[in-house]
Every structure is written in structure tokens, then in C-alpha cells.
Design a protein around this ligand. Sequence first.
Ligand code: NDP
Length: 312
Amino acid sequence: MEHIRCLIIGSGPAGYTAAIYAGRANLSPVLYEGIQPGGQLTITTEVENFPGYPEGVAGPDLMEDLRKQAERFGTNIRSAIAMQADLSASPYKITFDDGNTVEADTVIIATGATAKYLGLDDEKKYAGMGVSACATCDGFFYRKKTVAVVGGGDTACEEAIYLAGLASKVYLIVRKPFLRASKIMQERVADNPKIEVLFEHNAEGLFGENGVEGVHLVKRLGEPDEQHYDLAIDGFFLAIGHKPNSDIFKPWVKTDETGYIITEGDSPRTGIPGVFAAGDVADPHYRQAITAAGSGCKAAIEAERYLAARKL
Ligand code: NDP
């Protein structure tokens, strides 16, 4: 079985930053890219808040730069998905979907998070036929059409604004009477004439013959004046948050009720010696590219100290 000193699982800002630090520390890191090479930033448009880019940077370009920087310091990057983990004893064993199992002295879990859906049967029924959780991936299909975005956070606002650049009309379906998004995003939504915010609305289902033609809405759910009505739309976009990709590690590491890996204080230590968690998989609070990168850096420094202390 192949033996790895520093195994990094995931290729978002956390994984690549861990790889840069681990590579520079001569840990011969091996990084597995996972389901979405480059992570969530590869499906975003402009990143305006990553320090060092005064004019902003396209998400995919930022990830390509991080990848090159990780490769420059000798990271061995592979494209496979981790399917099973045995963290019962060191060296830890991870099995990938290409059939390989490797053993590692240190493991940095940087598997990120995946978009959530409402759980409606119609989301499955119309998957790829008008339902999407990624405006930048699928927005192109809705030029001059009418779409709805569900959610009231920064992601929902960002997606609504992006779609407003393509579609003729964007409804933002928000279950509360206010947006949770940051002030600047709220203002951009309010200032965009193509976006109409439907506060206190929930989506109950979708309809359409050969794809989404509309959404069943309920206004003021559970209130005496609750109202049900249908709205014609061509596309239905989910932007209601994310689920951490921690399933295969749950038998071994502590997680919260949503599945976020709980680390010790503000360190990336999981409680299992030599196993660290970095980025969105362990961050229910900030979930920013820069905080993910910072935690990836911490994880690699921890891995280096762990290996040095044991002369591994
Ligand atoms: P959030 O958790 O911030 O927001 C999720 C939104 O979806 C909330 O409005 C929530 O409603 C709503 N929601 C959740 N579940 C349901 C449901 N079942 N039905 C209807 N609505 C639902 O997630 P985001 O992905 O927007 O943001 C995550 C983090 O990433 C945040 O910290 C955000 O600031 C950050 N971010 C930053 C960006 C930037 O700085 N440019 C861009 C994108 C994200 P409710 O409010 O009622 O709970």
C-alpha cells in the first residue's frame, strides 16, 4: 500500500493552501481533488474580497493560480474522490473511487461543502430541466427568460444579480420578511430593476410539461392570511446554503448537528492525532475563501509539527 506523509483531501482554497505550505515544508504532499476540482470558487464569477486582487479575480482563475502554486512546491495532485476512511489507528487509511487505498501519517480534510436543496420531489423531477443550484453554471440558458432564486443570504443575492444580467426578470423568494445578506448585497439587489424580492414566500412545488414552467408559492405560511398562488418562471435556482462534505469521516471525528467537523478551539485539530480539518467542512460561521485558505495554512503547519515531533 502506498504510504503518504501528508494527504490532503479537497482542492478548494483550504486544500491548495495546505498543499503550498506542506510542499514548502518538504512533506511531499499528495492532494486528491475530489468531486469538484477547484471547489466552489470554480462555479462563481467575480471574487472581489480575496486580498491582493484590487480589481477582483474570476473564481476559476484564482483556483488555477492556487493549483499552480501548489504544484510549484511539489504537490502531487490526483483526480479521485475519497469514498471511505479508516481513522482508527495511524497510519490512516483512505480509499478512493479509483479503487486505490493509501495510508497516511497525516490527513488534512478539506472536502468543503455542497449546495443544499429544499427537499421537494419536484427538484428531482426537474433536475437539469429548469432546476439548478448554480447560477453561473446554468444562467446562460435563461437569457431573456424569467427565473426565481430561493434564499435571502449573500449567495442568493449574488446569484440574483448575476442572473439579472442575463434574464429579463428575476424573482428572489425569501422566507423571512428581510434579507440575511450583507448590506452591500442588499443594496445591489434593491437597486436592480430586474429583481423583485418576494418576502415571506416559500416554494411548495414546481410545474411544467417538458421542464419548469412555474412555481407553486405560499405567502405568509402559517399566518391567518396565508395565500397560495402560482408564478410563471422558466428556471428555479437554489441558494439556501450548503451541506458539509463530512459523511465518510463522521464515524471518527466529532461533527455538529449539520455535519460540520468540530475542531479544537480555533485550531484545525480534530481530536484524532495527525488528522486535521480545514475550510468549509469545518466552518459553519465564516465560509470565505480567505478564511478557508487561512485554515489550510494552519492545518499544514500542524501536520509539519506532528510529523517532526514523531520523526515521521
Ligand atoms: P446563508 O446560510 O447565509 O443563507 C441561506 C439563506 O437561505 C437564508 O436566507 C435562509 O433563510 C435561506 N434558507 C435556508 N433554508 C431554506 C429553506 N429550506 N427554505 C427557504 N429558504 C431557506 O447561506 P449563503 O450561502 O448565502 O452564505 C453562506 C456564507 O457565505 C455566509 O457567511 C455569506 O456571508 C458567505 N458568502 C459571502 C459572499 C461574499 O462575501 N461575496 C458570497 C456568498 C456567500 P433564513 O434567513 O430564513 O434562515
